[in-house]
Every structure is written in structure tokens, then in C-alpha cells.
Unconditional design. Structure first.
Length: 231
């Protein structure tokens, strides 16, 4: 699978590209400028030479041509970016990972985008795509520390159950991450807003927090479903 990352030159997008490449996926680092993409790719390969064969540079159209596409732009341009490349994205699984937040004084506060969440706004902008909300709570710094696992659950929601399983399989390849099906895309509102709480905890306790839910028993059938196998 070739995974394109629109806006892949930012901290979250480039860290996600490196992490996914480290577990075997080919990632296309998209950018409005191919030269900026080349610069970011060269910097990542300087740190991790083994990723050279799995990291590609390109402009946003090249990233949108991937088999699966992640939108890693700032939240207020996620829907317009998706709409700009709607023809290339049609029919594909598109991951929305942005959180609509604003800092007011010492506090982080969630904003309410059109349709209630960034992910739902993206889905409305590109109705032929299979939008999945995921990766909202993984800190970019931890994503970029490839030698260390990320001890976190990843909440995934979508109106397309098959798309949820595809993204869950990708998440399960990241050491330390556990994918959890959080329901339909309407739940992205709460998932995105909760990021404000996590960021506030980071500031208050001078740490990097990630969610880990208790009480969910691992079921071997879930792994089989994620692989598309009968249970």
C-alpha cells in the first residue's frame, strides 16, 4: 500500500510518514511545493537511512494519487484541500487527523467546525471518499521517535465499517498502538475536542500524554476482521 500524506511536511505529517515507513508502508510526503517535500524527505532519511526506499517526495497531487490518503494539513484547510483533489481522492479511504483548537491565554479550547468536526466537514466536501477520523491523539514528537513504541490507543470512527478495518490494520502495525473502533463519524466531534484536554494536561504536568482505555478485552477475532479474514 502506498500512503499519500497531504500537507506531509508539517510536524505531524512528516512524523507519521516516517513512522508508517518504519513499519513497511511506502509514504508519499505531499506538499504544495515539491522542493519543500524533497527537503523534508532528505532530512528524514538523514536520520533514518533505512527508510530511503519507502519515503517518496512529491507535490500534493502526487500524494493524492496514493492508495490511501492522510490529510495532515492545518484543520482550517483540511476540507478545502480535500475538495481541491476530489477527483484523485474519489473512492479512496481518506484519514482526517486534524483537531480544531485554539489557545486562549493558558487554556486550549476546542472549536466547532462546520458539520461538527473536521472529519465530518471533510466528508461533506468529498462525498465520494470514505473518510475515517484517526490519529488525533498521537503526539508528533512520539511519532517521530522511531526507536520507541507509542503506548496509546487510537480511536477510529467512520461511516464506512470496511474503511475502519483498513485503518485499524495500519494502526495495529505501529508498536504500542491499539486501534479501537469508536463508531460512526459523528463521534469525531468528541474525539477531536478531547485533544484540548490532553494538551492542557501536557502543559500542566509538563509531559506528553496519550489515551489508554481500560476494560476492553483483546479479542483474536478483531485481528482477523482487520485482516479481512472470517472469524
Amino acid at each position: 500500500m502506498r500512503i499519500g500524506i497531504l500537507g506531509g511536511t508539517g510536524p505531524a505529517g512528516s512524523a507519521l510518514a516516517a513512522r508508517l515507513a518504519s513499519v513497511g508502508y511506502t509514504c508519499i510526503i505531499g506538499s504544495r511545493s515539491k522542493y519543500r517535500s524533497m527537503e523534508i524527505r532528505d532530512g528524514l532519511i538523514a536520520k533514518w537511512p533505512d527508510l530511503a526506499d519507502r519515503l517518496e517526495c512529491g507535490d500534493n497531487p502526487a500524494a493524492a494519487a496514493g492508495d490511501l490518503v492522510v490529510i495532515a494539513t492545518p484543520w482550517d484547510s483540511a476540507a478545502t484541500t480535500a475538495q481541491e483533489y476530489e477527483e484523485l481522492l474519489a473512492g479512496k479511504v481518506v484519514i482526517s487527523m486534524a483537531n480544531a483548537l485554539v489557545r486562549v491565554g493558558h487554556e486550549f479550547q476546542p472549536l466547532v467546525p462546520p458539520r461538527g468536526s473536521v472529519a465530518a466537514h471533510v466528508q461533506a466536501a468529498v462525498p465520494r471518499c470514505r473518510v475515517v477520523a484517526a490519529f488525533h491523539h498521537l503526539p508528533a514528537n512520539e511519532l517521530g521517535h522511531l526507536g520507541s513504541p507509542i503506548d496509546s490507543d487510537v480511536l477510529i470512527c467512520s461511516d464506512d465499517p470496511a474503511a475502519t478495518l483498513i485503518v485499524a490494520e495500519i494502526v495495529s502495525q505501529i508498536p504500542g498502538c491499539r486501534p479501537l473502533d469508536a463508531g460512526e463519524l459523528s463521534n469525531a466531534t468528541a474525539i477531536e475536542a478531547f485533544t484540548a484536554v490532553l494538551l492542557q494536561l501536557n502543559v500542566r504536568y509538563k509531559t506528553r500524554v496519550a489515551p489508554k482505555l481500560t476494560g476492553i478485552r483483546s479479542d483474536p477475532r478483531d485481528a482477523k476482521k482487520a485482516e479481512g479474514k472470517p472469524s
